[in-house]
Structure formats: structure tokens, C-alpha cells
Design a protein around this ligand. Structure first.
Ligand SMILES: [Zn+2]
Length: 353
């Protein structure tokens, strides 16, 4: 820390305190400076996640994208978090202000607070679609023929806490009323809620909440998806490099297992083709049983194929703390997979699973 930043340093050296008030002012100044710079959440410095987006940066950048692409991008909030943050969605389509009878495709990120890359990948997909529209024929056709919705940060409170207080925080910031905080949003969806791979203990990392859809964040996603039933969805998480499909609550195969598996294989192949990274396609329960997640609810209630892509890295070192220089390649390898799923969804039209 640079001592020259403290103007009262000279006062301390050259002039003894003449009054108690002066001493009190000095102590207060020290408190403010050290408190502000040590907890990382002071009013003097905004939260900083390096090249990763913080909530405030995402808010700013999503609105900037919509401002610079007003014909094809629109930002709206699908609801609020426990602490009152907006859950921002960006819609990308031609005639974006109209609800057209086009295939809807949804990309979600940031259910889990510490999985920072899961926010930047869908954000960068949105940015890419907007930048390439009108010059890249594939992307122009996708934007013209689909209503693409991207909700990069489903859990802004948890993310903020991960940035400012506890890097490896996972859940949202619900006050459970017993000294613990947080519900695992990816165990809070209603289909098979309360089953294996979730916990009723409030302190657990996989605490499912007191009831299905108890959390405003999952309520908002539910209401949004029911209002805009997509033909396909990807929910980004990290880490392990996997392409997961339902079911998660049971090892049994779903009736749509064949289709889901072939799509997951196609997604994984497109990812590998970019930088040679292997993402293993498998049923979610092959990783571990998990009840109440997004994909099971989508398939079980809405009959929508939804995939959970566990992004880089492959293993627990570096685990959730993926170095910044891997943001761009992780986006690059996931872009063709996202485009593929959009094209598949458009080709399906109104075919029901
Ligand atoms: Zn996750």
C-alpha cells in the first residue's frame, strides 16, 4: 500500500495531536480506508471479478448491447432475486419488439454463484450474435427465424457474494432463518423435487429449499419459460466438461433418451472440433443423482429438451477458478454447439417431443 495516499501521514509525523477530536478524526479516516480496501466490498471500489462480469458490469453491458443493436436486441427483467437484483434477459431476434410466431431458444447461466464462466459464455454468445448479424449468413438466418433468449446470471446475489466475500459460494442468498444462508437453485425446481441428490438440511451445499420453487429466482425462470416455451435450452454450469441431459433424479432412461443422447453427442462433437477439448455427453445421473434441477423440470413438465453443459476446466485444479485467459477459448468452443442447437430447434418447428 502506498503511504503517499494518506495525507494525514504528514500530520502524524510533524504535529502532535492537539485535541481528542483530531485523534478521533484520524482513527475514523484509518477505519474507512482500511475497511474499504480490505473487505473488497467498500463503497470506494466497485466489486471486481477481473475479466469476468460482475452483476453491475453485466447490467451495463447487456443494456449497451441493446442500445447499439436496437432492431434486434432488447433487455428486460424476468424477475428479482432475494436481495432485489433484476434478473436480466436479453432477447435477440428480428423485429425484436414484437412477439413473433418463431421458434424460441433459451440459454441460461449462473445458477451457481461460483461458476463465473457460466455467465460469460452466454453473454459472449449474445454479443457474437449481435455483432455478426447482417454479415454472417448463418447467424443472420438464426436471428431472423428464432426468438433467442439469454439469461446469463440467474443467481446475481450469490454471484455478488462470490465476488466480494466468499469465492466458492454456490447457492443463492436466502436467509434460512437459522444462521445459514442459501438455497441451491438447481435443486429447487418442482419436477421430482425432494428426491435423491438434494438435501433438506439448510447448511447443505445442495439444500433444495423449503418447497419446490420457493425461491424468486427459480420462480422467475419457471414463469418465463412457461410464457416462452422454448424448443431447446442450454443451462451453463462449471466445471467438468460434460454435456448432460435428463434425467438427473434417476438412473432410468427417459422416454426421449435416444434423441437427447444423439443431440448431446452432436453438441460435444462440435465443441471438440474447435480446440480439441473433450466434453463427455452423458445422462445427468451418470455424474451423480440430482433432483429438482432445470433439465428434469423442462423435460418432465414442458417436454423440452434441455442440456446442462459443464464448462471448463476438466478437473478440480483449477476447478471453479478458471483462469481469465480461458474465457475466450471456452466461449469459442461452445459457440458452434449453441448455433447447432438453435438450428436444430428451428428445423423442428412445432414438432412435439
Ligand atoms: Zn453448477
Amino acid at each position: 500500500m502506498n503511504r503517499a495516499k494518506f495525507p494525514f501521514q504528514t500530520m502524524l509525523e510533524y504535529k502532535p495531536f492537539s485535541t481528542g477530536l483530531q485523534l478521533a478524526a484520524l482513527l475514523l479516516a484509518f477505519f474507512l480506508v482500511f475497511n474499504g480496501s480490505c473487505d473488497g466490498d467498500g463503497n470506494d471500489n466497485p466489486p471486481d471479478a477481473g475479466l469476468y462480469h460482475t452483476y453491475a458490469e453485466l447490467d451495463n453491458d447487456l443494456h449497451a448491447l441493446a442500445t447499439t443493436h436496437p432492431q434486434i436486441a432488447q433487455v428486460s427483467s424476468i424477475g428479482k432475486s432475494v436481495e432485489g437484483r433484476e434478473l436480466w434477459a436479453i432477447k435477440i431476434s428480428d423485429n425484436v419488439n414484437a412477439q413473433e410466431n418463431e421458434t424460441e431458444v433459451v440459454f441460461l447461466g449462473g445458477h451457481h454463484a461460483r461458476e463465473w464462466i457460466s455467465i460469460d459464455v452466454p453473454y459472449l454468445i449474445a454479443q457474437h450474435l449481435l455483432d455478426e448479424y447482417g454479415s454472417n449468413p448463418q447467424i443472420t438466418a438464426l436471428v431472423d427465424n428464432a426468438e433467442i433468449w439469454i439469461v446469463p446470471m440467474v443467481n446475481p446475489d450469490g454471484h455478488q457474494y462470490s465476488v466480494t466475500a466468499q469465492r466458492l459460494w454456490r447457492k443463492n442468498r436466502r436467509n434460512n432463518g437459522d444462521g445459514t444462508f442459501g438455497v441451491d437453485l438447481n435443486r429447487n425446481y418442482s419436477y421430482q423435487w425432494g428426491g435423491p441428490g438434494s438435501s433438506g438440511d439448510t447448511y447443505s451445499e445442495i439444500y433444495r429449499g423449503p418447497s419446490a420453487f420457493s425461491e424468486p429466482e427459480t420462480q422467475a425462470v419457471r414463469d418465463f419459460l412457461q410464457a416462452h416455451p422454448p424448443r431447446a435450452l442450454i443451462s451453463y454450469h462449471s466445471f467438468s466438461q460434460l454435456v448432460l441431459y435428463p434425467w438427473g433424479y434417476t438412473n432410468n432412461a427417459s422416454p426421449q433418451h435416444g434423441l437427447l443422447d444423439s443431440l448431446a453427442v452432436a453438441i460435444a462433437n462440435r465443441i471438440r472440433d474447435v480446440h480439441g477439448q473433450t466434453y463427455i455427453p452423458e445422462q445427468a445421473s451418470d455424474l451423480y443423482l440430482a433432483s429438482g434441477d432445470t433439465g428434469d423440470w423442462l423435460l418432465g413438465v414442458l417436454s423440452v429438451p434441455g442440456f446442462t453443459i459443464e464448462l471448463r476446466p476438466r478437473s478440480s485444479v483449477p476447478g471453479f477458478e478458471l483462469p481469465e485467459n480461458q474465457i475466450q477459448p471456452t466461449f469459442e468452443e461452445n459457440l458452434p454447439a449453441a448455433l447447432f442447437l438453435m438450428e436444430w430447434a428451428i428445423a423442428q418447428g412445432n414438432v412435439t417431443l
